[in-house]
Design a binder for this molecule. Structure first.
Ligand code: ARG
Length: 458
């Protein structure tokens, strides 16, 4: 295909080099943003008399017809075009003739690409936020149903203190709420129009960049033309935010995988979100959770690939930057797909409260509460800690747990123990007593649910 810059060159671009250089096979995804940006630019050129109002109208009508034809499938992308920007301009000129050649006045492809990716990410972030909120809603629903379901809470994956399943789930809702605000913050910083940077130095035409920015829903314009076209920090920031979403989903996945093992059996995933084995008939594998955990590395990789691309390139635009899009697209697609499968997986899982309680009863999980019992009777905490340590050792060697060790045995170690200790260390008491703000008691979980529900309705 004849290049737009053909005048300067005596020979055509080599075919292999042309293919290597081309980005239309991935950046055609931004056709809508590219066309919308061009329409706003043309309107400004007309309003400022840089081109005639008539020409601006012809261009805008032509662009709008191209958009319609792409959307309804009558216009296919020409894979010979170098990129989406060249394709749209060439198609426009094909349709409206020489007037189409006026569109590129006072702008550069560097402006267009910096604009399109911002517009594209802005739309995608809205969808990602909606998906995260959907997952938060599923979590809140499960947490509400399981506010009083006792399970072991762990540190070092060792049974530590009793908590409720509702409390455990709400931890993820809190993390995800920060993911939402992280994305929103990054979008707010990104939302400045680079259009009109004119490749690197600005322009001699009397343009109105603010008018274009306003038309496209930006909060303003970038204030340095080199910066406007050449930084991709907003992509880095958003991909770091997406990586954090994935990190949260991955930790959650790891727990889901553990909890659905035969050894834990705390939950059972719905058949529609598990797979069987080709050889072992008993298997029900948590593939979705494993894949989410696996795809987390992929999103981190996208982030690092972009950071590495950017680290050595001088200002302003360099072709290296064409590499930004596939990483950004992949990260966005991956986060979306993971959220789309994760939410119904959470929504449909069933909780085995009996197994959670059984596990909680096994691990001396109320030892801290027993020490607190002695502290209430004025023993210093460190001494109480030691007494309880001795009692745990005794239970282990004699086959008891703290709940069924006879009172005499308790009294042998400290006369402060009375019959009421059993009530004091029952798992229900342990959980219900943790009334500190953000603690595990059912009332606190209700407060957390209230906070997240308000966040979701905001
Ligand atoms: N396809 C290019 C990209 O994705 C568009 C910008 C090209 N600009 C240029 N001066 N070659 O980055």
């Amino acid at each position: 295909m004849g290049k737009m810059w053909a005048g300067r060159f005596a020979k055509e671009l080599d075919k292999t080099a042309d293919d290597f250089n081309s980005s239309i096979h991935f950046d055609s995804r931004m056709f809508k943003q590219d066309i919308t940006g061009s329409m706003a630019h043309a309107a400004m050129l007309g309003a400022k008399n840089i081109i005639s109002e008539n020409d601006a109208k012809t261009i805008i009508d032509g662009l709008s017809a191209i958009l319609e034809d792409i959307e309804n499938g009558t216009l296919q992308f020409d894979m010979e075009a170098e990129d989406i920007h060249m394709f749209v301009e060439a198609e426009l000129t094909k349709r409206i003739g020489d007037v189409g050649k006026r569109l590129h006045t006072a702008r550069s492809r560097n402006d267009q690409v910096a604009l399109d990716i911002r517009l594209w990410l802005r739309d995608e972030c809205e969808e990602i936020i909606a998906l995260i909120k959907g997952l938060m809603r599923a979590i809140v629903k499960k947490a509400d149903e399981n506010k009083s379901v006792i399970m072991p809470g762990y540190t070092h994956l060792q049974s530590a203190q009793p908590i409720t399943f509702g409390h455990h789930l709400m931890a993820y809702a809190m993390m995800l709420s920060r993911d939402v605000t992280r994305i929103k913050d990054a979008v707010a910083r990104m939302n400045y129009s680079p259009l009109g940077s004119c490749a690197l130095a600005g322009t001699t035409y009397d343009t109105d960049r603010d008018m274009v920015a306003k038309k496209l829903g930006f909060d303003g314009v970038t204030l340095n033309s080199l910066d406007g076209v050449s930084d991709r920090d907003f992509c880095v920031e958003l991909m770091a935010a997406f990586s954090t979403v994935m990190m949260h989903l991955s930790r959650f996945s790891e727990e889901i995988i553990l909890w659905s093992s035969w050894e834990f059996k705390f939950i059972e995933l719905d058949d529609s979100y598990t797979t069987g084995s080709s050889i072992m008939p008993q298997k029900k594998n948590p593939d979705m959770a494993e894949l989410v955990r696996g795809k987390t590395g992929r999103v981190y990789g996208d982030l690092f690939s972009l950071l590495t691309t950017l680290k050595g390139i001088p200002l302003a635009y360099n072709k290296d930057m064409q590499e930004d899009k596939e990483a950004v697209f992949d990260a966005v697609d991956t986060v979306k797909k993971c959220l789309e499968v994760f939410t119904p997986m959470i929504d449909t899982l069933s909780v085995r409260a009996d197994n959670m309680l059984k596990a909680a009863k096994e691990g001396f999980i109320n030892a801290t509460d027993l020490a607190d019992y002695l502290v209430k009777k004025d023993m210093p905490f460190r001494s109480a800690y030691k007494v309880v340590g001795q009692l745990v050792a005794k239970c282990i060697s004699e086959g008891y747990v703290l709940d069924n060790l006879p009172l005499d045995a308790y009294k042998e170690i400290s006369p402060l123990f009375e019959e009421d200790l059993y009530e004091f260390i029952s798992l229900e008491t342990c959980v219900n007593k943790r009334i500190s703000k953000g603690g595990t008691c059912p009332d606190s979980v209700t407060q957390q649910i209230k906070y997240i529900t308000e966040f979701l309705n905001d």
